[in-house]
Design a protein around this ligand. Structure first.
Ligand code: URA
Length: 197
């Protein structure tokens, strides 16, 4: 196990012990999946039913679509680490509440610090707005939506780390809107360029 992976294991234990909102109604903590030593970090919204049952992000329909979409652009799950804004499933898959985002994201930020990726790809509006707001949850509403800014890289600073943010459409949105696949493929070429692939 690499140093980064050991660190991620420690953060996972710490997250498990934390008294987080949504923990009580959830089956499992959904911490993250992938190797620690990667250059790309994908960040989704929140676990759904399958993720809650398996304790692994993106294993349901959106996850299967994500695997396929990565494959189509010559990437695989070995190239990315995947985590969510929320670590436990919200009831009925409703959107995350600001209070939940505030409580859960300190653990996400620890994951990001451990991995130190070159590129963060925020999947969909919640994750994108969280980073655009500089992690200030109260400013998320003021941020531009994914339709306008997907595929446009920008520099962000997180706890002294300079990172590239590339917002992407959420893979679940792409399942229901086939015309977005072409956009996704173009956006992923930009991601690949950032990591020299
Ligand atoms: N959608 C997400 O945003 N995250 C998951 O883990 C699954 C579906």
């Amino acid at each position: 196990m690499s140093e980064k992976e050991k660190l991620l294991e420690e953060i996972k234990k710490e997250t498990l012990q934390a008294d987080l909102p949504l923990k009580e109604g959830a089956t499992n903590l959904v911490f993250g999946k992938g190797k620690g030593d990667v250059e790309i970090l994908f960040i989704g919204e929140a676990p759904g039913r399958n993720e809650d049952l398996q304790g692994v992000p993106f294993v349901g329909a959106a996850g299967k679509n994500l695997d396929k979409l990565l494959h189509e652009v010559g990437l695989s799950l070995d190239d990315v680490y995947i985590a969510n804004i929320l670590k436990y499933r919200p009831p009925e898959n409703r959107g995350p509440l600001p209070s939940e985002i505030k409580a859960h994201t300190p653990y996400l930020l620890k994951q990001i610090k451990a991995i130190r990726p070159k590129v963060i790809c925020s999947l969909g509006n919640y994750a994108t707005k969280f980073f655009l707001a500089g992690t200030d949850v109260d400013k998320m509403n003021e941020q531009e939506g994914i339709t306008k800014i997907h595929g446009k890289p920008r520099e962000i600073e997180l706890d002294g780390m300079k990172l590239k943010l590339i917002p992407l459409f959420h893979p679940a949105a792409i399942i229901y809107n086939r015309s977005l696949i072409a956009e996704w493929e173009k956006d992923l070429e930009i991601v690949k360029k950032e990591i020299g692939k």
